[in-house]
Design a protein around this ligand. Structure first.
Ligand code: DLZ
Ligand code: SF4
Length: 507
């Protein structure tokens, strides 16, 4: 029996479930570069280069292992631009007895997969994605019967289940979570290390030229492209992070510094999300660094929580709640995304830094995403789908399963607390505490109102005033609502008027 093994752009691992029992004598692997997948949002140019270059390298490695690969490049004559149609054409070319695919990373693509039997007249076997610690079913089992789904509870179960950072049945170091140690401001005396970047090879340069030619109008710059596009590069990136990033990853996890977008962050999400690295091996490498004394526990636990906890958890949320999840808008936010999200052209230095870095690197770290671009979208009442499509487009690591819950649930609280126990709303004081942005900003972070006042200040209070009916009962917001209730109504009116004025000018 011959089968067509389909490998999608984020499934670039020899361990993919769709490949495990591949018969090189009869089976063919199909990989497709298609316009639809490259244009359904205006993906950052680096994201497209990363995916297409990594796909091309992976196809080559499969071939070197003796596998027959039918690779459809974007420029292939008659490339229909659509996954389903390309699969129909491939079935006509190879007349396989059946199709095998690993479940995709997006609901939209899953809906396509469900149509492939009818489209091809062949049986389609859809296999679970074994790259993750928790299958979709494992998460659903955990979530069943729980009103709120707190990551921390899920994470502890995962730690126990996979025996990561455990000493017997106790967490290593006696605590599950060292987050309170992970909120330090970066002192001027600590310089961010040079981070390993990979010079584009010939294949990547070929894709860069293609992208400039075909997607020249997409967001972002290509000059600084340095992402790993092969497993060998990704393994080097992992080793380099463990050596130069991880030891201080915990302490400065939430810090921000102008001109230093990477700091001590892992920079591994693009490789992980495409399958070039496995979450198991990155957790093992981090744990080994702690056990050998090369990295402290607060850093290693913080990192493991991101991978074993957070990453698995958001995937579970996505697959448990889609497709209804993408429509959530509990705070009824309707504003269009301001144009400066695409240009970085704003006097607000924190946003300029985060967006400028995003254009240059297709990356910004989690606090820039959550507390700068996300916080602004939350406070300004940007429609959740507008900001969600932006995040999906602009980051090299953004595949929908991971990006959507992070945006809707964490950044803009559109799910009303399914994931987060409170909205991550903050005034300029938070950004000032965690960064060096405010000293060089056109606005004054200390002023609460007036033309020089930091917009995050009046937007924060205006947000709380406007959302009072929905949020005042949240115990985690008791303090700011107490402060607010002590203010005379004239002060509240001034804040609302200044916020309105600012928001009107955004459009
Ligand atoms: C994001 C993306 C892009 C830009 N291009 C392709 C492509 O040409 N071929 C492909 O198979 N996948 C691509 N992807 C990833 C898909 O949009 C989608 O995220 C995955 O198929 C989900 O598993
Ligand atoms: Fe951002 Fe306000 Fe600081 Fe300017 S003053 S950098 S707008 S937080």
């Amino acid at each position: 029996m011959s089968r067509l093994r389909i490998i999608l752009g984020d499934q670039l691992s020899f361990e993919m479930s769709a490949l495990v029992d591949l018969d090189p004598a009869r089976d063919i692997v199909l990989m497709m570069e298609v316009m639809d997948e490259n244009t359904y949002v205006s993906h950052h140019k680096q994201k497209i280069v990363l995916i297409l270059s990594a796909m091309r390298h992976f196809a080559e490695q499969l071939r070197r292992r003796g596998v027959s690969v039918d690779y459809v490049p974007l420029a292939a004559p008659n490339n229909s631009g659509n996954l389903t149609t390309e699969i129909q054409r491939a079935v006509a070319r190879h007349t396989p007895d059946g199709l095998v695919v690993t479940e995709p990373g997006e609901w939209r693509v899953q809906a396509m997969v469900e149509g492939w039997e009818a489209a091809t007249g062949r049986p389609v076997e859809v296999r679970a994605d074994s790259r993750f610690f928790a299958s979709r079913a494992r998460f659903a089992q955990w979530a069943r019967g729980r009103g709120t789904w707190r990551m921390e509870h899920f994470y502890r179960e995962m730690r126990r289940e996979h025996a990561i950072l455990m000493e017997g049945d106790k967490p290593a170091g006696g605590e599950w979570n060292f987050d309170s140690e992970n909120r330090k401001r970066l002192p001027a005396s600590i310089l961010p290390p040079d981070r390993l970047r990979f010079a584009p090879d010939e294949t990547t340069r070929g894709v860069m030229a293609l992208v400039e030619q075909r997607f020249g109008d997409h967001f972002g710059e290509l000059e600084e492209f340095g992402w790993p596009v092969t497993r060998a590069d990704a393994l080097q990136a992992l080793a380099s992070f463990i050596a130069v990033g991880l030891p201080r990853f915990g302490d400065y996890q939430d810090a921000m510094k102008a001109g230093a977008p990477f700091l001590f962050h892992a920079l591994l999400a693009p490789a992980l999300n495409l399958g070039l690295l496995s979450p198991r091996e990155v957790c093992s490498a981090a744990e080994a660094a702690w056990r050998s004394g090369a990295a402290p526990l607060n850093a290693v636990e913080g990192f493991v929580r991101q991978i074993l906890g957070w990453r698995e958890y958001v995937r579970g949320v996505y697959w448990s709640l889609m497709p209804e999840y993408e429509e959530r808008n509990v705070l009824q936010a309707t504003r269009r995304l301001p144009a400066f999200y695409w240009t970085g052209d704003t006097p607000m230095r924190c946003l300029r830094e985060a967006i400028g870095g995003t254009a240059r690197y297709a990356y910004s770290h989690h606090i820039q995403r959550l507390m700068v671009t996300g916080n602004f979208a939350l406070l300004a009442g940007i429609a959740p789908r507008e900001i969600e499509r932006w995040y999906l487009a602009v980051y090299a690591d953004a595949i929908e399963w991971v990006e959507m819950p992070n945006t809707l649930g964490m950044a803009v609280f559109a799910d009303g607390g399914q994931m987060a126990s409170k909205p991550y709303a903050a005034s300029g004081a938070y950004i000032d505490r965690m960064s060096d942005f405010c000293s060089g900003c056109a606005y004054d972070v200390k002023q609460k109102t007036g033309p020089k006042a930091c917009p995050f200040n009046y937007l924060y209070w205006a947000f709380l005033i406007r959302q009072k009916d929905r949020l005042a009962k949240n115990p985690r917001l008791a303090m700011p609502y107490r402060t607010l209730s002590s203010w005379p109504s004239a002060r509240q009116a001034t804040i609302l008027a200044e916020a309105d004025d600012f928001l009107d000018r955004l459009e």
